[in-house]
Ligand binder design. Structure first.
Ligand SMILES: NC(=O)c1ccc[n+]([C@@H]2O[C@H](COP(=O)([O-])OP(=O)(O)OC[C@H]3O[C@@H](n4cnc5c(N)ncnc54)[C@H](O)[C@@H]3O)[C@@H](O)[C@H]2O)c1
Length: 720
């Protein structure tokens, strides 16, 4: 044994080959935490000190190679000044990664499983890389708002060319073994059981002088082989393209390109200095702070979800009632992820629609080469269309997705319950109606809960699992298990009108209607909110959701929270509804819609809308972007605060994640409660009070809660 630590061991085998093995104790994965970095430095020194060693292979004792840096340690590092972060990262490069790369003997990485971020960087400091055909490599850093920092932007372009490195780093995508081999990021791909032998054989060829590892090493330490014109072409074109794709709120991908461009003519050590400056700059951005927070929050959510799912047990067979927009989507998602499902409707037309919707989604996947025709047939076979309750006595869960009408739902739920096994779960996909109220006619309310999907089901990650007054924890656990099996992100919430996400969305839409009433142009509101980071502005969102759905949901919310969601004026939504402008579904709402070349609805400004709205407009205000944004965001964020105080979700993190996964809250802003923290609670409260003064009938939606005022006074925050 040459070295034995808690994360790394180094052993010597015949012929003077050392094996440096990453195997972090008491953890399921290898990652670069402070301990591992420290041990890598020590292990490298131990190898250097052993004169009998002639080559090194780097392996992993776990199913993964190394998943990357330990993100839980980012908070401490990123809290330092930009200069200090850069200095710290440079020091790690110098003392750990460069020290290993500069060992006077050849090294080969045996990439057995995923090697991401720092894990891939470890592989890149080796002279050669052999990869299992099942493994994946990549740099996901830009998705966290940062760039690779342990030599990724330095070594990768020198190895695979600037254009390919830009694509890999800016996209953050994982790369399969065949791609890695094709681009030259690895030198060989073999089946997993041959991996270690292949690595040993490669390193021995270096030792025997059959392979010139020094020349190979030199390639990734020298300036890039691009002349000035080529460099301008590659980097400038990429910057323009990537900036357009990422948008102004996500500066990391473009920063990575700028770093590679600046460092193109530099040696390794100079290039690493540029890289360290680049990552330090990104680490200090709000986007990085929030995206890293989101990643960690997501890990917590998935951990609690998995532990609930374990208790709840697997759903073997499911059923859905209603084959409409939502029922069809639920059936598709269940079948695609492997759970057979009965799709029941009262009308053959409904069933035909549900099946054709699933068929369209599947055909698209076949066209894109993501699915074979046989797989598509398999998925369709898992959806059993039905006009009767046949087979309901053999399912573990039934999801009700019939029309949003409490009377109809009461009747349907009560009837369905009699057709099911007594231990099976009944769940409603209602978007607004109280779960406790829906449970009233049921004999087994303990087996009933909400399972609220978002439209379109196959695309939106969130599922709210709603606990009614009588819902048993077993029912919640089983429903969470099903949501996870469907590839969704379940968030467990307590019952109230609109549950978590629609309750928080409602005052936002109210604020929109209030601004329109004051004469603010809705196109200007949409533009301001899209610039703020929303995927679509509120008018466009209402058109996509459906004005009728919005009006209906609004009525339920008004009843639930009259102090801030009931309006004593005629709203622009009502005008749209009365004029049969239902949104995208009938081609006209706030905007008009026409099919684009691919047949998808494209919005166009419809000049006739202004005249329709004129009777309900009582002002002619023009507001700047900042005022529009604050006027829209404050009521939404305050409702998130109320949900937090009312215990609707179990944590502030769950609230923020639900908004990001359910309605596309801009991820770089971290969610509503992170947004308040970043605003500064005292400034937020002051701004809310200021806007309340001019909000007229919407005043209630702008008034901070007493607890929030207390937090402002005591300098408290929702996070850390
Ligand atoms: N559309 C959305 O954006 C959205 C989002 C989340 C939740 N929801 C909720 O999902 C539910 C369904 O909404 P949708 O938009 O899919 O409606 P939809 O009108 O598209 O579909 C409803 C379907 O239910 C069928 N149906 C009616 N009574 C039935 C019965 N007794 N048994 C079986 N089927 C019956 C109808 O024939 C129709 O096919 C509603 O509660 C709605 O609030 C909708």
């Amino acid at each position: 044994m040459i070295y034995s630590g808690k994360a790394i061991t180094v052993t010597e085998s015949d012929g003077g080959i050392a094996e440096l093995c990453f195997d972090l104790k008491d953890d399921s994965v290898n990652k670069f935490n402070a301990l591992t970095l420290n041990e890598l430095q020590e292990a490298t020194a131990a190898i250097a000190a052993r004169s009998s060693i002639r080559g090194v292979i780097v392996t992993s004792g776990k199913p993964v190679f190394i998943v990357g840096a330990d993100i839980t340690e980012f908070g401490t590092l990123f809290g330092a000044s930009e200069d200090d972060i850069a200095e710290k990262i440079l020091e790690i490069n110098r003392t750990v990664f460069n020290a290993f790369e500069d060992l006077p003997l050849p090294s080969v990485a045996a990439i057995n499983g995923i090697a991401l971020g720092g894990g891939f960087e470890m592989a890149l400091v080796c002279d050669y890389r052999v990869m299992a055909d099942t493994a994946r490599v990549g740099f996901p850093e830009t998705k966290l708002g940062i760039i690779p920092g342990y030599g990724g932007t330095t070594r990768l372009p020198r190895l695979i060319g600037a254009d390919n490195a830009i694509e890999w780093i800016a996209s953050g995508k994982e790369q399969a073994a065949d791609q890695a081999l094709k681009f030259g990021a690895v030198d060989a791909v073999v089946s997993p059981e041959l991996l270690r032998d292949a690595a040993v054989s490669l390193v021995k060829q270096c030792v025997d002088g059959k392979l010139d590892y020094r020349a190979k090493r030199q390639e990734k330490q020298a300036p890039l082989k691009l002349n000035a014109i080529e460099a301008t072409m590659v980097f400038e074109t990429a910057k323009a393209f990537v900036a357009g794709q990422a948008g102004p709120h996500y500066p990391a991908p473009v920063t990575a390109i700028k770093v590679m461009q600046k460092a193109a003519g530099m040696s390794r050590d100079e290039a690493l200095r540029e890289e360290a400056r680049g990552i330090a700059k990104m680490a200090r951005t709000q986007a990085a702070k929030n995206l890293v927070g989101l990643f960690l929050g997501d890990q917590l959510l998935s951990k609690s979800g998995k532990s609930l799912a374990k208790k709840g047990g697997k759903v073997e067979r499911a059923a859905v009632l209603g084959a409409g927009i939502m029922g069809g989507g639920i059936a598709y998602q269940s079948a695609v992820k492997g759970t057979p499902i009965i799709m029941k409707d009262i009308a053959q037309a409904g069933i035909d629609l549900g099946l054709s919707e699933a068929g369209t989604l599947l055909s698209r996947q076949v066209e894109r080469g993501k699915m074979t025709v046989a797989e598509m047939t398999g998925v369709l076979n898992r959806i059993q269309p039905s006009l009767s309750y046949d087979g309901f006595d053999n399912v573990d869960i039934v999801v009700e997705a019939v029309v949003e009408n409490p009377k109809v739902k009461h009747a349907v739920l009560a009837e369905t319950e009699t057709k099911m096994r007594s231990d099976a779960i009944l769940a409603s996909n209602t978007s607004t109606i109280s779960i406790t109220h829906l449970a009233e006619p049921l004999k087994r309310p303990e087996n009933f809960c909400g399972m609220h999907f978002f439209n379109p089901v196959h695309r939106m990650p969130l599922v709210e699992v709603i606990r009614g007054e009588k819902t048993a924890e077993d029912a919640i656990a089983r429903t969470v298990s099903y949501a996870l099996a469907m590839g969704k992100k379940p968030v467990v919430v307590n019952d109230c009108p609109g549950f978590l996400v629609n309750r928080i969305l409602s005052p936002y839409i109210g604020a929109f209607m209030g601004l329109v009433r004051r004469g603010v142009d809705f196109v200007a509101i949409d533009r301001a909110m899209e610039r703020f980071g929303w995927p679509m502005g509120p008018a466009y969102l209402c058109d996509v959701v459906g004005i009728d759905t919005g009006v209906h949901a609004g009525a339920v919310m008004a009843q639930g929270f009259p102090d801030r969601m009931k309006y004593d004026f005629k709203t622009c939504h009502e005008v749209m509804f009365e004029n049969d402008r239902l949104g995208q579904k009938n081609g006209r709402g706030y905007y008009a819609y026409e099919a684009d070349q691919k047949g998808r609805p494209k919005k166009i400004v419809d000049e006739s809308v202004a005249a329709l709205l004129a009777p309900v407009i009582e002002g002619s205000e023009t507001l700047d972007d900042e005022t529009i944004v604050d006027s829209m965001m404050i009521p939404m964020c305050l409702e998130a605060v109320r949900c937090f105080e009312d215990g609707i979700a179990s944590s502030a993190t769950d609230i923020d994640l639900a908004l990001i996964y359910g309605i596309g809250f801009p991820p770089f802003r971290g969610g509503a409660l992170h947004y308040i923290d970043d605003f500064g609670i005292a400034s937020f409260v002051a701004r809310a009070d200021e806007l309340a003064a001019s909000a007229g009938p919407l005043k209630g939606a702008y008034l901070p809660t007493d607890k929030l005022r207390e937090m402002a006074a005591s300098g408290d925050a929702f996070f850390g």
